[in-house]
Design a binder for this molecule. Structure first.
Ligand SMILES: [Zn+2]
Ligand SMILES: [Zn+2]
Length: 234
């Protein structure tokens, strides 16, 4: 009997070792969460930079124009960098915590409910400060992430963080480098595999597939379908 990874955006079946470990999401999903969380501080530097540029006075003819009021920042950036309160981070792990939310939550507002849920269930100390950087580092640490990956809500966490990094990347236009791979996807057979900087897994970008593979898995797939590989590389 096979059990699918609990993340809606992942199509892997859980392996025996992952099931024995009690995981509800696959190891590639767990590793990908860590990659996203570690990317957030760099993205935040870019967001902060964009905010500053837009609130700094312009210069004309070499002298700074006197500015009476700061220009308003881009609301989407200000919103992403906005504060969020620990008290607002109560999460019902079996409900949709954001069903009544309008628009994009601040980065901290997405992270706090997950951090709070884990700290309360495990009685672990939360990060000393609630900056998005500190929250992301806390959540990406081995113990919290490994424990979270075994919970029934891990798939929801993965999907929410995926949506967050997607919004952040489209706001900063800063995306990790991506390159196509000349090998058909072992799952859907289309030439849509892409490798991404700093990421262990190669993703299929076909909208109906979204599979993830390690290099070893792809080499294995190529070795059992050499004619497919040849056709794909041609
Ligand atoms: Zn998965
Ligand atoms: Zn595919």
């Amino acid at each position: 009997m096979t059990t699918p990874c609990a993340a809606a955006t992942c199509h892997r079946e859980l392996r025996d070792t992952e099931q024995t470990n009690g995981q509800t999401i696959c190891t590639p999903c767990s590793d990908t969460i860590r990659v996203w969380l570690r990317e957030l501080p760099t993205q935040i530097i870019v967001l902060e930079g964009s905010r500053q540029r837009e609130t700094t006075g312009t210069s004309s003819g070499g002298r700074t124009v006197h500015r009476t009021a700061p220009l308003p920042g881009r609301p989407d950036i200000l919103n992403l960098l906005g504060p969020a309160a620990w008290a607002d981070g109560i999460r019902d792990p079996y409900g949709d915590a954001h069903a009544d939310q309008q628009g994009q939550l601040p980065i901290a507002g997405v992270l706090i409910p997950w951090v709070r849920l884990i700290t309360e269930e495990r009685r672990w100390n939360p990060p000393a400060v609630l900056t998005p950087q500190a929250l992301a580092a806390w959540l990406a640490a081995p113990k919290p992430l490994a424990w979270a990956s075994r919970q029934p809500w891990a798939g929801d966490m993965r999907d929410e963080l995926h949506e967050l990094i997607r919004v952040v990347r489209s706001t900063t236009r800063l995306r990790p480098g991506r390159r196509p791979i000349a090998q058909p996807c072992p799952r859907c057979d289309s030439l849509t595999l892409v490798e991404t900087d700093h990421q262990l897994y190669i993703d299929c970008t076909h909208p109906d597939c979204g599979a993830m593979f390690t290099r070893v898995e792809l080499a294995f797939a190529a070795s059992i379908h050499p004619e497919t590989l040849k056709a794909g590389a041609a």
